[in-house]
Design a protein around this ligand. Sequence first.
Ligand code: ZN
Length: 308
Amino acid sequence: MSQRYQLSGSAPIFGVTLMFLFGLVTAAIGSVIYSYMMHWIPIVQLNFILTACFGAAIGGVVAWRATAGHIRSRLVPAITGLLCGVAGMYLAWGTCLLARAGLDNVPDLTLAFRPDVLLGYMGHVYEHGAWRLKNHADPVSGVPLAILWGLEFLVVLAGSTLIPWHAVADKTYCEDCRQWCETDSDIARLPIESQESVAEDVNAGNLRPLYDLPRVPEETPEFLRVNLVHCAGCSENNYVTLNRVSVSVDDKGEVKVDSKTLADRVLISRSDADRLRALPAYGTPPSPPPLADVAPETDPPAEDVETT
Ligand SMILES: [Zn+2]
């Protein structure tokens, strides 16, 4: 039975503390930039992008600190991202109030972040609205505005939570060397036709097909990609990953790559890893037919036949 990589769930307290602090600082600085840009640029499409960027900024920083802090848990960075996202939205409401009221008109800036003041401000905006859509006389208020607020909240929290969750889920850690592993991508490209049996074999720990199957040429649009994940410190922790990859070009000429994981980080021995690395990654493309086999484009000139 094969053994697959699993995060240990360990979350060192120093790394978690730094991750949380960095997330909060990003939420605080981001909330000021976010609120003022939303106030100065009242374009709905741009506001939506700003909202997504605000959530992604918090999530990105938390994800960075999660790996930098050696956190081998998906849940801890995701919860940190969630809390920092909520804090970011709270601070964004406070700075939104300051942006609308004007700093000169607020005697004490901390007033804008008091829960009762913020609730009163939200109630006022809910009732009277604060901005209007193009070609509409009345400001957006009431239930439609509340739905937009709910969407805004969800977009920010999705970015701040899901980015750290996925960032750690894709990482592999060597507990012996206390460092993240590296990935050698594309060490072999195999024919797509064999995907079911290869996936079954690799997941069961049988690497035979990875040695025996022919490699496909680099230009092949659909293939099975083999990656090796390994620890650069001890070279003892080696894993193989199998993905089904399909490369296509859409109507606009943009290259689209779809990838689906068929086997995820199955533990293999160091000698197996070395042996796989030694094999060629790609096959050679079929060579063009020799010139002798190519039919001439024009008929040869007719020969004069002598008659006697
Ligand atoms: Zn190691």
